[in-house]
Design a binder for this molecule. Structure first.
Ligand SMILES: Nc1ncnc2c1ncn2[C@@H]1O[C@H](COP(=O)(O)OP(=O)(O)O)[C@@H](O)[C@H]1O
Ligand SMILES: N[C@@H](CCOP(=O)(O)O)C(=O)O
Length: 353
């Protein structure tokens, strides 16, 4: 058996849609998977060998032990929920990853989606993407990245209000869903299964003229750190400010030809970006220094996910826009790479080669 899983990266929030709105983009994590069905036993730990082709320029080294690697740990979680304790004999997973880690392009969500899809395929479980979203949400608890990567395109997401017993199941510590590596020893524990229908999504239109420029600074901001700086409560005025803009955003980005003034306004945020400025030098200046009036081609600008990547939406003058943002980071001695991306409408795919 041989197949390829392709999972697009994602940019979450798009300004006001904190933990709600996500956009899948045309930079894909790939798993090239083979299972040698002619063999009946394997010397491999948990029957699985991982190789990794790092195309992401990341400093962090991705572990190749299947009990430690995020993708295979998630696949094992899905398999163990279905009484399969390990991978099928002689499973080989070659990971090709061009998505920079901890930069706000949803690398962890992409890895989680790849993991649930891997478990589903090698275990021949036949779970729908809707059910796989529940498994993803047991691991990454905000739905914006994982739903975009799984279903593709520009999405709005929400979590269902759960019954008290299901809330308890969803709020199980992550360590029980993904147990710490036990040195290859199988504890035999069945992990907690996700409640049915935790998370949902709705796809929005995307105007074909709109492209996404990702300006990726050369430093990491772990998402957990960027969530820890956010307040527990907000003023009514700030909540209303974001609701007003989030309600406009799908119409603004789905209307062709795009209206730059409307998009710029609809991408403003008071819920997460102002609090993350201490983690990203120059952030307020970058977000305020360019508008559609001062920069032709620009439609809107925001922090991508939890940062530090900046997402600029534009119809043209891509290099000029990227260069201005890169110059602002350079004033703080931060170098950047940039990529011109498009919505990845297909989401996660599995193909025979
Ligand atoms: N392809 C991958 N394989 C294994 N682990 C990954 C992969 N991509 C991301 N991760 C894990 O996810 C972490 C980054 O997650 P996070 O801080 O949420 O940032 P991001 O904004 O990139 O999602 C990495 O430090 C790494 O541990
Ligand atoms: N809504 C989340 C999105 C995090 O995205 P990531 O790409 O930084 O993992 C947040 O803003 O914390």
């Amino acid at each position: 058996m041989f197949f390829v899983i392709r999972v697009p990266c994602s940019s979450a929030n798009i300004g006001p849609g904190f933990d709600v709105i996500g956009l899948a983009l045309s930079l894909h994590l790939e798993l090239h998977v083979s299972v040698d069905t002619s063999k009946s036993t394997s010397e491999l730990p948990l029957n699985c060998a991982i190789t990794y082709d790092d195309q992401s320029n990341s400093v962090e080294k991705i572990p190749l032990d299947p009990e430690v690697n995020l993708i295979t740990r998630v696949a094992l979680y899905v398999l163990r929920c279905h009484n399969q304790r390990a991978f099928p004999v002689e499973t080989k997973v070659h990971i090709v990853n061009p998505i920079p880690l901890s930069r706000g392009l949803g690398s962890s969500g992409t890895a989680v989606v790849a993991g649930v899809m891997l478990g589903n395929e090698v275990g021949k479980l036949g779970l729908t993407k809707e059910r796989l979203l529940d498994y993803c949400l047991m691991i990454e608890r905000h739905p914006d990245n994982v739903a975009a990567s799984l279903f593709g395109g520009f999405v709005g997401t929400y979590l269902n209000e759960l019954k008290p017993e299901d809330v308890a199941r969803k709020e199980i510590p992550l360590s029980e869903v993904l147990p710490a590596p036990a040195g290859g020893v199988d504890t035999g524990m069945k992990p907690p299964e996700p409640p049915l229908g935790i998370g949902h999504y709705r796809k929005f239109d995307w105007a074909p003229e709109i492209k996404a420029i990702a300006i990726i600074p050369d430093f990491v901001v772990p998402t957990a750190d960027a969530r820890n700086v956010l307040p527990q409560t907000y003023t009514r005025a700030d909540v209303v400010f974001n609701l007003q803009r989030a309600a406009l955003l799908p119409a603004a980005l789905g209307t062709s030809p795009p209206d730059p003034e409307m998009i710029f306004l609809a991408m403003q945020d008071k819920v997460h970006q102002p609090y993350r400025k201490g983690l990203i030098p120059g952030l307020p200046d970058i977000l305020q220094s360019m508008t559609p009036a001062t920069q032709p081609g620009l439609l809107g600008i925001c922090l991508s996910g939890a940062g530090p990547t900046i997402l600029a939406l534009a119809t043209d003058r891509f290099t000029e826009i990227a260069d201005r943002i890169i110059a602002r980071f350079a004033a703080d001695n931060i170098s950047c790479q940039w990529k011109l991306l498009e919505p990845a409408q297909a989401g996660t795919t599995v193909s025979p080669n």
